[in-house]
Design a protein around this ligand. Structure first.
Ligand code: NDP
Ligand code: GDR
Length: 343
């Protein structure tokens, strides 16, 4: 039985990846931080099948202890401060968690792997996946973007992810470690955090249609992204760690949509005219925006045989349906916490 350790298991991707690996017979461990974090809503359904180990990307010795305890075959480093606007408010912390945290995780593997100061990695040691991001591309000079597009990040988050990406590559080149990086474009699901734009929109459309909310305030409606479904993207993570050689792969759909498109689809799904409910508020516009991202996933298609299965319209509609169910539950049980027990 192969053993995987997932950092960020309580997040959107961690929950889908854990399910995917359990289905494939893996023993799945999750790294949990904090004093009382036995499980979280997204993984409540599968918590009894998971094993947990304590650790924090800010704490090197906790990561060494976690890797030493679990002795995984594969490590998926999904933990991060992942909300881009927060990275301007807490730039240093973002650098520490999202950037330096990758180095600490790699060092934990090197130390537990017995690499000491100099030697190359023995074959068959721990395989490492880093959650890199299209946000690294930032102010793009070419459309679509692929593995060779140069990074021009526009946020402290993007800068931190770029460090994580490059140090992952460097440890592969320096120590011969099996380190892969997935440059993932935006991916969403009903489990997406409410702060991200697709979920903010799906939740608002559902709640406005149920009379639970009066309107929706957004930032830049013209921003364009390549949005896919998180469940499709975790398949690619796993595929990257089953290759003979480690590498870097762009993962996205190759299709572009604007925030305005997302709003239109979501409000159409509940038969509402979005223009009557949505306003653009300059205060929500970012200090430096990433205007347009679009993936060229050719390498993943060719080398991994990976294809996304869920299109953007279907994704948005599924998210609205899930938020309608949550809204109806809220109407029936107004005191119940919103997002618990529904993942
Ligand atoms: P989420 O924000 O949903 O999850 C983030 C996870 O990181 C949570 O489990 C959180 O744990 C954990 N975490 C935060 N700080 C620490 C820390 N100091 N030590 C240990 N764990 C910590 O992110 P997603 O699931 O959406 O994304 C997964 C990864 O992929 C992230 O690295 C993100 O930056 C990256 N990414 C995401 C994309 C997307 O579109 N979703 C696209 C490209 C990259 P807790 O519950 O304790 O807060
Ligand atoms: P992003 O996702 O920053 O691309 O990062 P997000 O959904 O936050 O924003 C996408 C685009 O929508 C615009 N936007 C708004 N965004 C939010 N959150 N709220 C609003 O009200 C709003 N109005 C307009 C933004 O300006 C932006 O252009 C996500 C995260 O998951 C990262 O961790 C990941 O690395 C990247 O995707 C790829």
């Amino acid at each position: 039985m192969r053993r995987a350790l997932i950092t960020g298991i309580t997040g959107q991707d961690g929950s889908y990846l854990a399910e995917h690996l359990l289905e494939r017979g893996y023993e799945v461990w999750g790294l949990l931080r904090g004093q009382a974090n036995p499980y979280r809503p997204r993984i409540e359904r599968i918590a009894s099948e998971l094993r947990f180990v304590e650790g924090d990307l800010l704490d090197q010795s906790s990561l060494v202890a976690a890797v030493d305890r679990v002795r995984p075959d594969e490590v998926y480093n999904l933990a991060a401060i992942s909300y881009v606007p927060m990275s301007w408010q807490q730039a240093e912390l973002t650098g520490e968690v999202t950037g330096m945290g990758v180095l600490r995780m790699l060092e934990a593997l090197r130390i537990v792997g017995g690499l000491g100061q100099s030697g190359a990695a023995p074959p068959g040691t721990i395989r490492f996946y880093q959650a890199s991001s299209s946000e690294m591309f930032g102010k793009v000079s070419e459309v679509p973007q692929d593995e060779d597009t140069p990074p021009r990040p526009r946020s402290p988050y993007g800068v931190a992810k770029t460090y994580g990406h490059l140090i992952t590559r460097n440890y592969r080149e320096s120590f011969g470690m099996f380190t892969a990086a997935g440059i993932l474009f935006n991916h969403e699901s009903p489990r997406r955090g409410r702060e991200f734009v697709t979920r903010k929109i799906s939740r608002a459309a559902a709640r406005i249609s149920l009379g639970l909310q009066s309107g929706l305030r957004l930032g830049n409606l013209d921003a364009v992204r390549d949005w896919g479904f998180a469940g499709d993207y975790v398949r690619a993570m796993h595929l990257m760690l089953t290759q003979d050689e480690p590498g870097e792969y762009v993962i996205g759909t190759g299709h572009m949509h604007s925030v305005r498109d997302a709003v239109r689809i979501a409000f159409e799904a509940v038969d509402l005219d979005w223009q009557a409910h949505v306003v653009s508020d300059d205060r929500l516009v970012r200090p430096a925006e990433v205007d347009l991202l679009c993936a060229n996933p050719k390498k993943a298609r060719t080398d991994l045989g990976w294809e996304p299965e869920v299109g953007f319209e279907q994704l948005m509609r599924t998210m609205v349906e899930a938020d309608l169910e949550r809204g109806l539950r809220e109407l029936r049980h107004p005191s119940a916490p919103g997002d618990v027990h529904d993942w």
